[in-house]
Design a protein around this ligand. Structure first.
Ligand code: NAP
Length: 339
């Protein structure tokens, strides 16, 4: 039975615009009255909130691909939950959805926020935010469409023990590649090997660059870059002829002001006839169903492993982006609101 809808609920809002990585003090928590639904609206009770490195970009005014989140607004985020009230003909009470529902306990929706309906009753809602959500889609489209590895290729992936990176490495294995992961710390390196990477290196240890070079004697055919910075600097000279570099994330850059400077990559691209391409998973929304079918099939057959790192309660949200940039998460970081 669905719980009664309360007369008020809590939200996390953007209190101050961070310069760099958002810290807990940049957010506030407030209680608001539950609004009356209009015709065409429905109410979702959020069960899980997603925490994504990209949220740093959403609140920043620099180098962004969307309008910066206004001060005072509910922090936008992916979330998944259950519809508890509906005045919308296409969204029934009791159905489960994932979308841009925000860091809040309830979300009033009109349908435009919804990215996926979760029709399989056995599918845990948390999966729709990780391996069967943005992280899985990013790995799937970024590797298959942009990286386009061939059987036997050497694929190197950074943030390899994270939600996106771990899926990239395993999909590359499914595609017949040799996979080297780059991660921070011995536990993460071990986990990459446990889930089937051919090898993994700890970028925090001395000698990281030479260790990586020794593992790729014939070069790197596909580099799935989630960090930019010093890690990428170590990989670029190792590119093989005709390599592809997938620019997926910039996790190592702590601030875009002043604009960071680094080594020039053009010579590597020129000499190796290599291609470097950025991409956003959200551009593939029209193909999410294709990815869900494929990822689910691999997941249920045990070919794709994942792990979730769950914090209980809305209070955990304000510090959770900072935690990602400290590498504190072991897998997909989620905030659970409903046990
Ligand atoms: N293009 C897209 O559409 C898209 C969509 C989703 C995600 N992404 C990108 O994919 C990457 C991974 O995202 P995710 O959601 O799967 O997060 P995640 O990998 O689960 O968590 C972030 C990880 O980043 C690593 N990290 C943090 N600071 C770092 C630094 N200074 N240098 C190197 N590594 C650092 C940490 O791993 P270690 O402990 O190993 O350092 C941390 O665990 C991010 O760059 C994100 O922006 C892109």
């Amino acid at each position: 039975m669905l719980p009664a809808v309360p007369s008020q609920y809590r939200q996390i809002f953007l209190r101050q615009r961070p310069d760099g990585i958002p810290q807990p003090e940049h957010f506030g928590i407030r209680t608001v009255p539950m609004p009356e639904l209009s015709e065409g609206q429905f109410l979702v009770r959020n069960h899980y909130l997603s925490v994504d490195p990209a949220m740093r970009g959403w609140v920043s005014a620099v180098g962004n691909y969307s309008t910066p989140v206004p001060l005072g607004a509910v922090m936008p985020s992916y979330a998944s939950g259950e519809i508890v009230l509906s005045h919308h003909p296409d969204y029934e009470v009791g159905s489960r959805v994932m979308g841009m529902l925000g860091w809040q306990e309830f979300a009033v929706c009109n349908g435009s926020e919804i990215k996926r309906r979760i029709q399989d009753k056995d599918e845990p809602l948390s999966l729709s935010l990780g391996i069967l959500g943005l992280n899985g889609f990013t790995a799937y489209f970024g590797l298959i469409d942009i990286g386009a590895p061939k059987d036997g290729d050497v694929v190197v992936v950074s943030t390899a023990a994270g939600a996106v990176g771990s899926a990239v490495g395993q999909i590359a294995k499914i595609k017949g590649c040799r996979v080297i992961g780059i991660a921070g710390g011995a536990e993460k390196v071990r986990w990459c090997k446990d889930i089937g990477f051919d090898d993994a290196v700890d970028y925090k240890r001395a000698g990281f660059s030479s260790q990586l070079a020794a593992l790729c004697p014939n070069g790197v055919n596909v580099f799935f870059d989630n960090t930019c910075g010093a890690i990428s600097d170590a990989v670029m000279p190792l590119l093989a002829n005709g390599a592809s570099v997938v620019v997926c994330g910039t996790a190592s850059v702590s601030s875009w002001t002043p604009w960071p400077m680094g080594p020039r990559v053009e010579r590597h691209l020129l000499v190796k006839r290599a291609r470097m391409q950025g991409f956003l998973a959200m551009d593939y929304e029209h193909r999410y169903n294709e990815a869900v079918i494929c990822l689910k099939n691999w997941l249920y057959k045990g070919r794709l492993k994942h792990r979730e790192d769950i914090l209980d309660g809305l209070e955990g949200a304000p510090g959770s982006i900072r935690d990602l940039y400290r590498g504190d998460n072991a897998g997909k970081r989620l905030i659970r609101l409903v046990a």
